[in-house]
Write a protein that binds this ligand. Structure first.
Ligand code: AGP
Length: 614
């Protein structure tokens, strides 16, 4: 969601802020702005609705000078996306300025109070109350950091805020309350940075600190000091992040989505790398946070996630049941959080969250932590809040995923879940008699098999040319591939705005079958496995009603040729890992259909990469 960048240093701040905001575009936004301190120590603000280009255009006449500034890309919650509601927001005296990510739940109450004190509001945003709260404290003689801390403790809900004021011209203060996205502090040679995410920091430095909820940072040219929002000093040391900034560029590809689809074999190789041994068979997961005794106590696994990560969790359920022998269930984190879920002392919660900052998932994790439930998270983001809440983390190590539509993070998460299931199975003594060796043997084939699935790219591009004008699609899967069908439908909706449904094929005749006719193509995932015969029956049911069918089948399986309209082949894949391979052609289909329809593939409308509000 909203992106934040701040800079104090010896370089012109405007270009640095704009480049930083561009690197955060993937988070999703609808307006953008920056504020700088000029040579006379006045705050100057530029903001514009729409994409960053509109902001850059508006600034062309006179690129502002100054080496201290803050910038923001806004994803609207309160107030429409227009120039006025765009951040940064100034106080009444134009001497304090803030940018904000999150929701101030008690903003109306605070606004009434501030209006009563004579403050004047410009925007319809909840965020503006924050700058007026800071203004009030500064007027009563507080230093910037204390004023920002006092504002933080008045806010209900989750927020990340960055502020500066003319009173202390070379200082930026920032805080994080709850789970409204991260605040990362970067220690660069040319100055100090603060940002919502690593891509804005990594081009300048890999030495970073991540703020924990309730922490506040003050940065100036010389470094940073940390405290809690209520004033208790906090010790933080920068540590080096091992991420290649080049990973966040498109390289030879037109879009990040295509690049991230194509690099999946390499990405999941990193997920697996250094974690499996064959002689003797072994699986090693560093940082799992649970002892053999604790894992022996587990009697049930609950997997949660949102969107694509929820589809990974559903695939993970099968892996847990098969490789650990434990009963497992998968739930959408936002639903799980608010029902009275039965969590016992022996339940293991496994959350999937590539960003580690999804508010719904974090809320569910916090609820489980309150109830003393042991947790492992499958995550791509070092230092993220999910990794702090969980007892242990399986990092999927797929590199930054920039496209809003998740692709390599899904397959990395599926592989991460498989590694976790194999690890738990080994720890619990379930994978005896060569079962661990065989499970790992299956796993290490996956990068190659994904590479083979990607060889269908040109054919799928051709198919997209035949199907891009349809307005409705049905995706059908069975068993392990039901979540793949749901993911295929989600991907198509997200990037091409086509209505699509993903269903368990057995469910089709209980309702969706009424929709079947020539105008709604059915994508049937029918790999050769123990459910192949059942899937064939469902395909026949669609055929009998004149439906158009694209079947995803195992290479060499001729049983459907001539019976369906088009065939996409995937290689023979170990059943439990089929979701990691069968999803590849569906990702490509969504991408090429969206391209044909002229959609903004990497930045679909209304979507945010990291959903930091409920
Ligand atoms: C997938 O394409 C979406 N961008 C979305 O569903 C995403 O997977 C979801 O918001 C969860 O994100 P997370 O993995 O960062 O928690």
């Amino acid at each position: 969601m909203c992106g934040i960048v701040g800079y104090v240093g010896n370089q012109p701040a405007a270009p640095l802020l704009l480049t930083g905001l561009a690197s955060l575009e993937y988070r999703g936004y609808d307006s953008a702005g920056i504020a700088l301190l000029d040579a006379e120590d006045r705050i100057v603000v530029w903001k514009a609705a729409g994409k960053l280009n509109s902001l850059v255009e508006s600034m062309k006449a006179a690129l502002p000078q100054g080496t201290v500034g803050i910038g923001h890309t806004r994803w609207a919650t309160h107030g429409i996306p227009n120039d006025v509601n765009a951040h940064p927001h100034l106080d009444c005296s134009q001497k304090v300025v803030i940018v904000h990510n999150g929701i101030v739940e008690n903003y109306q109450e605070l606004k009434d109070e501030l209006l009563g004190q004579g403050h004047r509001f410009n925007s319809e945003t909840d965020s503006e109350v924050i700058v007026h709260l800071i203004e009030s404290s500064l007027k009563s003689g507080a230093e910037l950091t204390d004023a920002v801390g006092s504002a933080a403790v008045r806010l209900r809900g989750a927020s990340a805020v960055v502020a500066m004021a003319v009173q202390e011209p070379n200082v930026i203060a920032a805080f994080r309350m709850g789970n409204a996205g991260g605040i990362t502090i970067g220690y660069a040679d040319e100055g100090m940075l603060v940002a919502s995410d690593l891509p804005a920091v990594l081009p300048h430095t890999n030495r970073v600190v991540f703020l924990a909820p309730g922490e506040l940072v003050r940065i100036d040219h010389n470094g940073a000091s940390y405290r809690s929002v209520d004033g208790t000093p906090v010790h933080q040391e920068p540590h080096a992040i091992a991420i290649d900034p080049g990973a966040a560029t498109k390289g030879e590809y037109e879009h990040f989505m295509l690049k991230e689809i194509m690099e999946q074999p390499e990405a999941v190789t990193r997920t697996i790398g250094g974690r499996v041994l064959f002689d003797p068979a072994d699986v090693m997961l560093e940082g799992i946070g649970l002892t053999t005794e604790e894992l022996a106590q587990v009697d049930r696994v609950v997997l949660i996630g949102m969107g694509t990560s929820w589809q990974a969790a559903q695939a993970g359920r099968y892996m847990m049941e098969s490789l650990t022998g434990l009963p497992a269930e998968a739930d959408n984190a936002s639903e799980f959080r608010y029902r009275d879920a039965l969590l016992g002392p022996r339940t293991l919660l496994v959350s999937v969250a590539q960003s580690g900052e999804t508010a719904d998932t974090l809320g569910a994790m916090e609820e489980a932590a309150r109830r003393g439930v042991k947790q492992v998270t499958i995550c791509n983001a070092e230092g993220s809040q999910a990794t702090r809440i969980a007892d242990g983390t399986v990092f999927i190590r797929v590199g930054p995923e920039i496209s809003v539509a998740s692709t390599k993070a899904l397959t990395g998460s599926i592989v991460g879940l498989y590694l976790l299931a194999a690890y738990i199975g080994r720890e619990r003594g379930v994978l005896e008699g060569g079962r661990l060796a065989s499970a790992l043997d299956d796993l290490v084939k996956i990068p190659r098999l994904m590479g083979e699935a990607l060889e269908q790219r040109e054919w799928i591009e051709e198919l997209a040319g035949l199907y891009y004008k349809y307005d409705h699609f049905l995706f059908l899967g069975r068993g392990m591939t039901t979540s793949t069908a749901m993911e295929g439908a989600l991907k198509l909706k997200e990037v091409s705005y086509i209505h699509a449904e993903g269903y368990a094929a057995g469910e089709m005749k209980h309702g969706p079958i009424a929709l079947i006719d020539k105008s709604m193509p059915d994508v049937a995932i029918a790999p050769r496995n123990y459910l192949h015969g059942k899937m064939m029956n469902n395909i026949e049911e669609v055929r009998a009603r004149g439906g158009t069918i694209i079947a995803v089948v195992t290479h060499g399986d001729e049983t459907l040729r001539g019976k369906v309209d088009h065939i996409i082949e995937i290689p023979e894949t170990p059943p439990l890992l089929t979701p990691a391979v069968a999803v590849v052609p569906l990702q490509l289909l969504a991408y090429y259909i969206a391209l044909r329809r002229g959609c903004d593939v990497d930045h679909p409308r209304n979507l945010a990469k990291t959903v930091t509000v409920e």
